[in-house]
Design a protein around this ligand. Structure first.
Ligand code: PXP
Length: 239
């Protein structure tokens, strides 16, 4: 059965908007686990715009499922991974000015840098996943550098503005999953998956885990708002 990894970065984004202590991503992780999440995913970015080092340390000590750390293939991040020891590291490309991860890693053109990061993380006993497009050359390169998993970037599919290009990308993803499986790689998928498009992706066989963040946190804000307003309204009225 496929698994759900819940990305809680945007709980920290809301907290960082005020620089305070709430909402706490660790509390969010516990609730996500109680609701059935199979794992918790966080992206520790170089600029620390949402998840902080302390969150990572507390998450490691608190969560009972699996911690997937998304990170850039830099020396700083490799050292942090070796210290924190998440259950999986997912290497992602990172640009300072991007709003979110844009596109997959270019493993093919950065073989040496990525191979070295993969080796150093794996030598600490941590499996490594590479976030890449469903591209034949990138999948073969992921295998060459010794990755355990790939995470297929579903952003092109989820951002498709017409049926035809969405279908074309879905077929490319399906072929990518088949190739990765044939090479013995595990396969995850994520980026831009939401309540409307998830069924199309889950119809593809061979994907182990879906990493989903923005749509879940967005829905949480809306479905939780009524209760939050009622609670405050009672406090104001019955003072
Ligand atoms: N997988 C990876 C590698 C990501 O970088 C992200 C975004 O942080 C996600 C999954 C989750 O994407 P979304 O927030 O669009 O669900």
């Amino acid at each position: 059965m496929a698994k759900l990894g819940v990305n809680i970065d945007h709980v920290a984004t809301i907290r960082q908007a005020r620089g305070g202590v709430e909402p706490d991503p660790v509390a969010a992780a516990v609730i996500a686990e109680m609701a059935g999440a199979d794992g918790i995913t966080v992206h520790l970015r170089e600029d620390r715009r949402h998840i902080q080092d302390r969150d990572l340390e507390l998450l490691r000590k608190t969560i009972k499922t699996r911690l997937n750390l998304e990170m850039a293939a830099t020396d700083e991040m490799v050292s942090i991974a070796q210290k924190i020891r998440p259950d999986m590291c997912t290497l992602v490309p990172e640009k300072r000015l991007e709003l979110t991860t844009e596109g997959g890693l270019d493993v093919r053109c950065n073989i040496e840098q990525i191979k070295s990061a993969v080796e150093r993380i794996r030598s600490a006993g941590i499996p490594v996943s590479l976030f890449i497009d469903a591209d034949t050359d990138q999948i073969k390169a992921a295998d060459r550098v010794g990755a355990d998993y790939i995470e297929i970037h579903t952003g092109i599919f989820s951002e498709a503005t017409d049926w035809k290009s969405g279908e074309a990308e879905l077929i490319r993803i399906e072929n990518g999953v088949k190739l990765a499986r044939k090479l013995g790689l595990g396969v995850n998928a994520g980026h831009g998956l939401n309540y409307a498009n998830i069924k199309q992706i889950t119809s593809i066989r061979g994907i182990d885990e879906y990493n989903i963040g923005h749509s879940i946190i967005s829905r949480a804000v809306l479905v939780g708002l009524e209760r939050a307003v009622r609670d405050m309204s009672e406090l104001v009225r019955f003072a």
